[in-house]
Structures are given as C-alpha cells and as structure tokens.
Design a protein around this ligand. Structure first.
Ligand code: SAH
Ligand code: SF4
Ligand code: F3S
Length: 580
C-alpha cells in the first residue's frame, strides 16, 4: 500500500469522466486512497479539457492556486492529464512549474508508472533541485503525432485498450447509489473528422474502434455488478464499424481497429457482410445479449452516415433509448462548409425527419427527444448566417441545446486560416438570443409532457434539496459530478424548482415501519429514458435508497423548464411495503 491520497478533478466531456473512473480504479488497486478535498491530498490530478479556451482557463486558475500550497509544501505532486496536457505539451510545465507530471488521454495506461516515478523522486529529493525541473520529460507521457503514423501500426500498438479492459467493477454498494448503477462504455476512441475549429482529433488521435466482444464483455461485467443504464461513448459514435476479417490479435487479445473512410451514404450499409459488426449490429447485440441493461443510449451522433438500419434497431429494441444527441453546429450552409462538417442544412433536416419518422411515437408513449450543439460567431458569420441558425433551431425542436461562442484553438485549421473576426460582443448577443429561443422550445416541450406516465432513473437528491440540507456549493458541484450526466462539459440546462418546505409538510398517519409520502418529503431528481429531468417528492427515509432505481411517475407540472412528477399510486404502494 502506498498510503498516499489523491484528489482527482475532471473537466470536459463524458470521455474524460470515463477516463477518470478507469484511472482511479487502477490507482486504487495500487493502494492509493482518494479524497474529495484537494488541500488534504498528497497528489493532485486534473483531468483536463481543451475544447474551448474557457475550459483551459479553469485549469490554469486551479494550478495558480496550487502554487501557494506548493511553496509551503513542496512534497505535493501535481499532475495534468487529458486533452490539455496533449495539446499544450511540455510548454505547460515551463509556464506552470507547479506541474510535476503530464499524461495525454492516449497514454493513460502509463499513468501509474509515471506517478510512482514522480512520487519516488520527490521522496529521494528532500528539496526540489532546479536541475530536476530542467528535465520535465521524465514525467511526461504524450502521444505527440505518433497516433497518425500508419493504420496498422497505431492499431496494433494500442496498449490503451488494456486500460478499458482493466475496468474494476464491484457489485453495487447501495450506499453509493445511482452512480454505480449507471455507466459509460467506450466503443470508439479519437476522431477523424477534423472539423476546422476542433482540437479533438489532435488531442485524442485517430479514430479507433474497439472489438465488439470486448464491449459486450464489459457491458456484461457491469450488468453483473448491478448496472442498469449504459451510455456508449464515441465522438462520432454512429461511425462504429469492426471488420473481423482484418482484425489483429496480439498476445491473445483482439486489437482495436482503425476507422475507415465513409462513403457518405445515408442508406443501409450494402457492403457490410457477416464479418462486419456495424453500429446497428453492436446495438442489437448489446440489447439482446445483456438483457439486465434496462437503458442503452449513446453519444455523440454525427449527422452524416446514420443509416436507416440503426433507426430500425432502435425502433425494434425496447430497451434502447429514443434519445439522440446530434450536433448541427450552424444552420448556414456556407459556414458548414467552412467548418468542414461534410453535410448541408437540407441533409441535416432530412436526417431529423427520418429519425422522427422511425422513432417519434408519442401516442404509444415513446416520443423521440433530440439535443444539439451550436457554435455562434464562427469566423465570417453574418446576420444572415445567424438567422439561418435560428431557423434550424426552431425546426429541430431540441429538448435542449448546448450553445457555444466560437473559441479559436491553436493548431486547428480555422485558427491558422480564418481570422476570428466576429466581435465578442456580437458572439455574446447571438449566444444569449439563441439561448432565449431554445428556452422557449424547451419550455413548450416540457409542457407537452404534462399528464404523461414516465419511468425515471433516480439520480438522488436534487441540487435544491442538497442546498436545503446545508451542503456547500463546492460539495454540490462534486456530488453533481457523480450523480448527474453532464453533456460536453455543461450541466443540464433545466433548473430545479424549490423543494417542499419543511413547514408546509403535513405529517401523515405514519406507523413506525411504514414510510408515508407525506412525512417530511425530500426532493429527488430522476431522468427519463429520453433524457428529461424530472423532480419529485419521496419519503425522507428513502432519500438514499431510491438512488439508482427505476420508478414510474406521472408528470404533473412544467414550471418554466422544469418537469415535476408524482409517484404513480402502484409505485407508492410498492414503496410503502417494507419487503418490496
Ligand atoms: N464529436 C462531437 C463533439 C465534440 S466537442 C460532434 O462532432 O458533435 C463538443 C462540442 O464543443 C462541439 O459539438 C462543438 O459545438 C463545441 N466546440 C468544439 N470546438 C469548439 C470551438 N473551438 N469553439 C466553440 N465550440 C467548440
Ligand atoms: Fe471535433 Fe468534429 Fe470530431 Fe466532433 S466530429 S470531435 S466536432 S472534429
Ligand atoms: Fe474536451 Fe478532450 Fe472531451 S478536448 S471535450 S475532454 S475529448
């Protein structure tokens, strides 16, 4: 046992959240303990995001704060992991000498050795010598541009697969609740799209698909440990494709496979034979082979190359969620071209119509919900381009949409070739105006849900409830990381209504063993299979026990963007039976 404690904070997307979980599992097995308080930790690790400048600034300010501590206590080890480490390279250590080690997202399997090395070096050098500082490369694992060497080499040398395979899964501990009953599973790493504004292809490397058997085994292991909700992850998740004839096996382990070029067809993949596992095949296999998974969803979908075969599989497999996150980025064809997105607004709209045609069946209690991402203020964006984006937003009717101001990223094509010429004031105005349009749409969609019966996955006490219980803002943020799904680094846009006030609650005819819903209720939040957040009251004594369960609710109200629900009578009865 090392006996050392680690504070690990995660920024950015779900991919990073999963990486943090895998890294934490590995380090815990080596004897490190984890703490939620950076000030107590011997090792402080930040798993970082580089997608916008703002994401990096948060990390710079955390590192700045740590400098004071390190001056007092030079033994603390500070590490920067993830996309920012990969993008900034060793320059980051030069600019911020508080950093001891760096590890890119493609090298995380090397982190335990790197950390061990850094910790031992600290121990052997009572005082940090300046000479050590001059050799930072000793504690650095970055991919550089090696991942794009050659298709076969990169895939065959993919030791990172071992990190995903090493996933430590333990049976669900009821006390830890929802977090352990909902899990991410990676199916694809990296990205080949090279949208002109985006750093991800540089930080995460080339697109690589994991062998389907590894994915299914991981889902089975998770299900055996009590997981009932799985979200498959990939930057362009629908591009998943594994050709068995050309797969490589090393040391008895089938290796991930480099992504292929897409032909751009929206139709069924005519060339996919018996020996190919397409995304549609993978979804159907997980659904059928891992029946304990009650909810299967995936992010992020790319609006191109989303075949009818995938839509049919979703329609015909009841435990696959009818929820698609399909970023459009802009409603202007001129800008889509400049962004290198590879589709037109008309093609995007066709896809949305096709998806609704297959999957939107509100009359059967199975509506389709969509969400999106938009960038405002991409270079050269005119009022006309912006108006086209507003039109796309209105037509798409997303349940929520993440709206970002364009942030020029060094190393990308847009940064080098297209001057960032939209003034920040204009970006801000378009951002706010678009948020207002989206709020109106989200509000309408919320109202349409009133009266519907839904099943929610209980995530735990709502933020309002935690506040009411006196939890600090920082603690709520940390707890939120564990219990709510964040999308692209954003918290859900829905705001919680006020929880029931203690004074207003009427004590029910309680007997000591029977929970009544009227006694001191607590406000919990849950998520529908279509990713809508619903707030509802539950008995205080069930505050923690319900986390991670599926419960049936009726939507009773929509207040601004929030949905409120009530437990169905049958569900209340079940909860009131102590043996249930
Ligand atoms: N692979 C996903 C998105 C990953 S990045 C996709 O293609 O849909 C998440 C979101 O961040 C993107 O959808 C985009 O809207 C936003 N984004 C990426 N780079 C950005 C930049 N330079 N400035 C502003 N927003 C950006
Ligand atoms: Fe970035 Fe485009 Fe790849 Fe998404 S598809 S990660 S926006 S390059
Ligand atoms: Fe950020 Fe890297 Fe994810 S740049 S959005 S953490 S892939």
């Amino acid at each position: 046992m090392t006996g050392r404690t680690i504070y690990l904070e995660t920024f950015g997307c779900q991919m990073n959240e999963l990486d943090s979980e895998l890294v934490a599992g590995q380090l815990a097995r080596l004897g490190y303990a984890f703490t939620g308080n950076a000030a107590d930790a011997d090792v402080v690790l930040y798993n970082t995001c580089s997608v916008r400048e703002q994401a990096e600034q948060k990390v710079w300010s955390r590192l700045g704060e740590l400098t004071h501590r390190k001056n007092r206590d030079p033994s603390v080890v500070v590490g920067v992991l993830g996309c920012m480490a990969e993008r900034d390279g060793v320059d980051l250590i030069r600019r911020m000498p508080v950093v001891d080690l760096m590890c890119g997202p493609g090298e995380l399997d090397k982190l335990p050795a790197l950390l061990d090395n850094a910790v031992r070096t600290k121990e052997s050098l009572a005082e940090q010598s300046p000479a050590r500082r001059a050799r930072p490369a000793e504690f650095v694992a970055l991919q550089g541009n090696t991942s794009r060497r050659s298709a076969t080499l990169a895939a065959a040398e993919d030791s990172l697969e071992l990190l995903d395979l090493s996933r430590a899964v333990s049976p669900v501990d009821p006390a830890s609740g929802a977090a352990s009953r909902s899990a991410y599973v990676r199916i694809t790493r990296g990205c080949n799209k090279f949208c002109t504004y985006c750093v991800v292809p540089f930080t995460r490397g080339a697109e690589i698909h994991r062998p389907p058997d590894h994915i299914i085994d991981e889902c089975k292991k998770l299900a055996d440990a009590g997981v009932i909700e799985i979200t498959l992850l990939g930057q362009t998740v629908n591009h998943y494709r594994f050709e068995h004839g050309s797969s490589i096996s090393l040391g008895g382990i089938e290796q991930p496979q480099k992504g292929r070029t897409y032909k751009g067809s929206h139709q069924r993949d005519a060339f996919a034979g018996e020996s190919t596992t397409t995304f549609a095949d993978l979804l159907a296999r997980i659904h059928d082979e891992v029946p304990a998974v009650q909810r299967l969803r995936f992010v992020t979908s790319y609006p191109r190359d989303f075949g009818d075969d995938v839509l049919e599989v979703i329609r015909d497999h009841p435990r696959i969620c009818r929820y698609l996150h399909v970023p459009a980025q802009t409603g202007s064809n001129r800008l889509l071209k400049k962004m290198n997105r590879g589709y037109t607004v008309e093609e995007y709209n066709d896809f949305i119509d096709r998806a609704r045609g297959y999957l939107d069946q509100p009359e059967l209690g199975r509506p389709l919900m969509l969400s999106g991402d938009i960038i405002v203020g991409f270079p050269t964006e005119t009022d006309e381009d912006y108006a086209a984006t507003v039109a796309l937003l209105r037509r798409s009717r997303y349940k929520n949409c993440f709206i970002f101001k364009y942030s020029p990223r060094p190393g990308t094509v847009a940064y080098d070739r297209i001057p960032d010429d939209v003034p920040d004031e204009v970006k801000r105005r378009r951002n706010n105006d678009l948020l207002a349009v989206q709020s109106e749409i989200s509000d309408q969609i919320a109202r349409e849900q009133v009266g519907r019966e839904v099943e929610v996955f209980v995530e735990g006490p709502s933020k309002q409830q935690l506040k009411r219980e006196g939890m600090s803002h920082g603690d709520i943020r940390r707890a939120g990381g564990a219990i709510t799904l964040t999308v692209n680094g954003n918290s859900p846009t829905l705001e919680a209504p006020a929880p029931p006030s203690r004074g207003a609650s009427v004590p029910g005819p309680a007997s000591p063993q029977v929970a009544t819903l009227d006694a001191e209720p607590v406000q919990l939040s849950g998520r529908t299979d279509t990713d809508l957040i619903v707030f509802f009251n539950a008995p205080a004594e069930q505050r923690d026990a319900l986390a991670g369960q599926l419960l049936k609710l009726r939507i009773t109200g929509a207040d601004r963007l929030s949905l409120h629900g009530q437990l169905l009578e049958t569900q209340r009865k079940k909860l009131q039976t102590p043996s249930a």
